[in-house]
Design a binder for this molecule. Structure first.
Ligand code: NAD
Length: 295
């Protein structure tokens, strides 16, 4: 049993912390929202008043925060995790953030002799609840080896992607593919409608042809062909359009910094930005098909 500080008990963090409790770990939660803490207490967790306390007491500290801004504050601020953690405390950041912040925080941890990994996830709230998340992990081999048994209690697939920041790099590259492919599949269905080609027929053909991809076969943006896809429940999220926009923005920030040419990624960012701006931030990202169709 490890003593684990868990900071950020939101939609993802709470069920992840609950899975650590189920696995027999002692979990001390921290969140700026008192309601989130009450939920962890209800599930058998303990409370640490601040990140500083959680870090000073923990064998490991996990963060699941909204963005790079909060990650910088919580790790690097006065009384933050890095200042407060004991030598030997393992640091795991599972938030989705920019590669640069992940590398800056990891360098500060290393300077203090602390092992750290960036370990963003894919799989959404359902995956967090079912402990089937995919973790994309960046950090040293030693840090990965220590993090793996903890991550295995919250996920099914744990991949070491390389050095610090490479977990975040993998996450934004993957989600750039997803954003682009969802738009591509949506455009194909909208064109098919105009050409008098039935949704199910396009699905039957494309799902077995070279147009096959996850956005078509698992998360199909029209109702019918894949009964579990959000299209069948008025595009209730799921993975919101706002989150897809966040990840596309991170991909474009990284592309600019690294001087990589990603014109389709840039186009996808613009289309999702317009979709979110139309008042659909909380809708599932596959609802983009309605925006492309124009209603
Ligand atoms: P969320 O907003 O539900 O949860 C974030 C939690 O952090 C909140 O409870 C908030 O009160 C808390 N928090 C904010 N600032 C804090 C601080 N300074 N100290 C302590 N607590 C603080 O977000 P979420 O959906 O759980 O997502 C968390 C991260 O996981 C994000 O980076 C997101 O991009 C990523 N992610 C989310 C999903 C998803 O489907 N929701 C999927 C993959 C990755």
């Amino acid at each position: 049993m490890a003593r684990i500080g868990f900071i950020g008990l939101g939609n993802m963090g709470l069920p992840m912390a609950q899975n650590l409790l189920k696995a027999g770990h002692h979990v001390e939660g921290v969140d700026v929202n008192p309601a989130a803490i009450e939920k962890l207490k209800g599930a058998g967790g303990a409370v640490a008043e601040t990140a500083k306390i959680a870090a000073a007491r923990g064998d490991a500290v996990i963060t699941m925060l909204p963005s790079g801004k909060e990650v910088r504050e919580v790790y690097l601020g006065a009384g933050g995790i890095i200042e407060s953690a004991n030598a030997g405390t393992l640091l795991i950041d599972s938030s989705t953030i920019d590669v640069e912040t992940a590398r800056v925080v990891a360098a500060a941890a290393e300077k203090k002799g602390l092992l750290m990994v960036d370990a963003p996830v894919s799989g959404g709230v359902g995956g967090a609840q079912a402990a089937t998340l995919t973790f994309m992990v960046g950090g040293s081999a030693q840090a990965f080896t220590r993090a793996q048994p903890i991550l295995e209690k919250m996920g099914k697939t744990i991949v070491h992607a390389g050095g610090a920041g490479n977990g975040q790099a993998a996450k934004i590259c993957n989600n750039m593919i997803l954003g682009i492919s969802m738009i591509a599949v949506s455009e194909a269905f909208v064109l098919a409608e105009k050409l008098g080609l039935d949704h199910q027929k396009l699905f039957d053909i494309s799902s077995k042809s070279s147009g096959q991809c996850w956005s078509m076969t698992t998360y199909c943006p029209v109702p019918g062909p894949v009964p579990t896809s959000p299209a069948n429940r008025d595009y209730a999220a799921g993975f919101t359009a706002a989150m897809m926009l966040k990840d596309l923005r991170l991909s474009q920030e990284a592309a600019r910094a690294a001087k990589a040419r990603t014109p389709l990624g840039a186009g996808a960012e613009k289309i999702y930005s317009d979709y979110v701006g139309s008042g659909e931030a909380g809708r599932d990202f596959s609802g983009i098909i309605r925006f492309i169709r124009g209603g």
